[in-house]
Design a protein around this ligand. Structure first.
Ligand code: AHG
Ligand code: MN
Ligand code: MN
Length: 341
C-alpha cells in the first residue's frame, strides 16, 4: 500500500497559497477559520441524537422554512469563527435575510464569505448526511467596510469555494481554482487529512439525482430528458441509476466522485417558484465552482451558473450540475423542446 504522507489541510492550503504570489496569509487563515467551524459543527452533528439539539426551533427563516436547531448552531458557529478575524468585510447566510456586517469593534478584511450553514437540514433527525457550503470572493467595494456589492459578484470570480459533508465521515472539499481536493477529518486528532487529492469528475455518469415528485412541474425538455434516461434501448442496456438523498451536498459529492448529474429544475406550474428551489449565492455558485474545477459543469439550463450576475442575496436558480456531457445534454434537450420563457 503506497504510503500516503500525512498532509493536513493547513499545510495544503499554505502550499496552494504559494501558487498565488499576490495572496497573503489572510486567505489561508480564512479557509482555516471555515475548517475550524466545520470541526465544531461536525462534533454537534455527530452527537445530535444525544443532546437537546435535534428538532426545530419553532421559528421560520427568510426562505419560509422551519429553522432546525442545528441550522442555528451551524450558522452561529460560522459567524463566530469569521466575524472578528479581520479577514472578512461582510457575510451572507441562508439563515439571515440581510447581509451580516462585521461588528464595528472588529477590523474588516479583503474577503467576503457566503454560506449555507447546514444544507439538507430537513434530513437531520433521520441521520441522513448534511453539509455546509461556502463561497469566498474578494472585496471590491471602495469603502472601509463591506457592502452587498461585495457579495453580489458573478460566480466565476470566486477565489475559493467548497463544502464540508457530515456523513459516514466528515470531509472538507475545496478549490482555489487550482484543482479540487478532499480532506477527511480524523476526529481523534481534530485534523482534516488529505484523502482525495485532485478530484476529477467523470465526463459522463450513470446516475441522475432528481426529486421526481416534481415531474409534472418540469418543462417538456426536462421531462423528455429524464424519460430518455430510463429507456432500456441503449447499447449499454441498463438505464441510468436514480439516486436522490435530498441533501444537495450529499447528492453532489457522490456524483462528483463517481460521475452523474443532479437536477433541480424550475417549477413551470408554480408562479411562486418559477426559478426552482436552490439559491445561487451559497448553493449553486460555490458547487458550480467546485464542479468546473473538477472537470464537470453546472448550468441553469441555458448558461453556466458561474456566469450568472446575482441580483439579490437569496436569489433562486434552476440547477443542473455534475458530469460535463450529462449537463450539456440537458441544455440540448431544453434548447430543442422548450420555448425560452
Ligand atoms: P437546505 O436544507 O439548506 O434548505 O437545502 C435543502 C435543499 C437541498 O439540500 C436539497 O437538494 C433540496 O433542498 C431538496 O429539496 P426537495 O425536498 O424539494 O427535493
Ligand atoms: Mn441548502
Ligand atoms: Mn441550509
Amino acid at each position: 500500500m503506497a504510503h500516503q504522507s500525512l498532509i493536513t489541510i493547513e499545510h495544503h492550503i499554505m502550499m496552494q497559497e504559494r501558487e498565488h504570489p499576490e495572496a497573503t496569509g489572510v486567505f489561508t487563515g480564512l479557509l482555516m477559520d471555515i475548517a475550524l467551524a466545520g470541526k465544531i459543527i461536525s462534533r454537534e452533528v455527530n452527537k445530535a441524537g444525544l443532546v437537546e439539539i435535534l428538532g426545530s426551533t419553532g421559528s421560520v427563516n427568510v426562505q419560509g422554512e422551519e429553522v432546525q436547531k442545528l441550522d442555528e448552531f451551524a450558522n452561529s458557529t460560522l459567524i463566530d469563527s469569521l466575524d472578528h478575524t479581520g479577514r472578512v468585510c461582510i457575510m451572507s447566510s441562508e439563515e439571515d435575510s440581510n447581509a451580516i456586517e462585521i461588528p464595528p469593534q472588529y477590523p474588516c478584511g479583503g474577503y467576503t464569505a457566503a454560506f449555507d450553514p447546514l444544507d439538507g437540514s430537513s434530513n437531520i433527525d433521520a441521520n441522513v448526511p448534511v453539509g455546509t457550503i461556502f463561497s469566498i470572493h474578494r472585496k471590491i467595494s471602495k469603502g472601509p467596510r463591506g457592502d452587498e456589492d461585495d457579495l453580489l459578484q458573478v460566480g466565476r470570480r470566486q477565489v475559493a469555494a467548497g463544502y464540508i459533508i457530515y456523513g459516514s465521515s466528515t470531509m472538507m472539499v475545496y478549490t482555489t481554482g487550482n484543482g479540487v481536493h478532499g480532506f477527511t477529518l480524523d476526529p481523534s486528532v481534530g485534523e482534516f487529512l488529505l484523502s482525495h487529492p485532485n478530484i476529477r469528475t467523470p465526463r459522463r455518469g450513470r446516475t441522475y439525482s432528481a426529486n421526481e415528485s416534481n415531474y409534472h412541474h418540469w418543462s417538456e425538455g426536462i421531462r423528455r430528458y429524464v424519460d430518455r434516461l430510463k429507456e432500456t434501448d441503449k447499447p449499454s442496456g441498463r438505464p441510468y441509476n436514480a439516486r436522490y438523498i435530498g441533501s444537495l451536498v450529499a447528492d453532489f459529492h457522490r456524483n462528483l466522485l463517481t460521475g452523474g448529474v443532479f437536477l433541480y429544475p424550475a417549477d413551470v406550474k408554480d408562479p411562486k417558484k418559477p426559478t426552482g428551489k436552490l439559491r445561487l449565492l451559497y448553493e449553486a455558485a460555490p458547487l458550480a465552482f467546485v464542479a468546473e474545477h473538477a472537470g464537470g459543469y453546472a448550468s441553469d439550463g441555458y448558461q453556466p451558473i458561474l456566469d450568472l450576475e446575482p441580483m439579490s442575496l437569496h436569489q433562486r436558480v434552476p440547477l443542473f450540475i455534475g458530469s460535463l456531457d450529462d449537463v450539456k445534454e440537458i441544455e440540448q434537450y431544453i434548447a430543442e423542446h422548450d420555448k425560452r420563457s
